[in-house]
Write a protein that binds this ligand. Sequence first.
Ligand code: NAD
Length: 354
Amino acid sequence: MNMNIVLVPGDGIGPDIVREAVRVLDRIAEIYGHDIAFREIDAGGISIDKHGVPLTEDALAVAAASDAVLLGAVGGPKWDHVPGSLRPEKALLGLRSGLGLFCNLRPAVIYPELSSASPLKPSVIADGVDLLVVRELTGGIYFGEKGRNPDGSAFDVMRYSVDEIRRIARKAFEAARLRRHHVTLVDKANVLETSRLWRETVSDLAKNYSDVELDYMYVDNASMQLVRDPKHFDVLLTENMFGDILSDEASMITGSIGMLASASLRNDSFGMYEPIHGSAPDIAGKDIANPIATILSAAMMLRYSFALENEAKAIEDAVSSALRDGVRTKDIALSGDEWVGTAGCGDEIIRRIK
Ligand code: NAD
């Protein structure tokens, strides 16, 4: 297969970790006979320094013309004092909205080997945890009408259309088909009319996915179940604001920020893939950043943008196998344990790709 991938290394550890993901993708291309062309664009602080803005129109156009985007991270103390509209993070918003990405996928995985990093009791996570939060990204209360009234009160409007719900729910059902065939719709249908519309629309759509089990949970209960019984969840589907909160909760239960990938998708196969962590300026350029979140983001890219499930699995299996064999970067090593650098970790994963 021919793949046109745009790389956005960004700032801080971004270039270090994207480099390792590229080496992994090159190895996959070699083993499985694919042709990958990489093109790099500036975004974030580096773009502010070079072009005066966090994301240029040209860079966005290059990203839009690609099959998929792999992003490292943006931002850092150097740009903390630039005005709001010019902040590095604006590059992320510019890419997400400019590319029309409405669906955010955030897996939260607790590997048995790293379970001691989780703040949860060993009995709760004894068999590991592997769930996927599917969050609606461009609608709901964050994007609704907002303002102040003459009496001093304020309002934010939560609005969803059937089409907005259907397109994200379809993504959730399709993701569940690649996993354990179970979707939990998280809402507040006992109080919110939008939630009732979500339930109606999702239960109607579920008729097309009879191989996927659908259940419902109120958001307050879901926030409890994530720490009490995270194994209940396979795919957790929810609207923008609930997803914002629950995806952060889900990532914290893993205890390893350097390991968590994400994808932002739209209706076609295009997607943008990135680790959930930031640019970690404290460790940039020192060969100690953990590249696994970015490498797993590249695996998600193969799965969701190129439908290359075997290749995606080969990367995930290589990561699991390296962890089983005791390969650790500094952030996930126990004190006293030996650890490898960013490139060393990349090497260990690459040589385990089957
Ligand atoms: P951060 O995620 O960059 O770092 C938090 C802590 O986790 C730091 O101690 C860091 O060293 C560690 N860490 C993060 N990723 C790691 C990795 N791969 N390997 C090992 N350790 C890792 O969050 P922060 O410190 O709040 O933010 C730093 C900068 O990143 C800020 O400018 C912020 O705006 C930006 N940021 C960017 C993104 C993004 O690009 N998506 C997301 C969050 C924060």
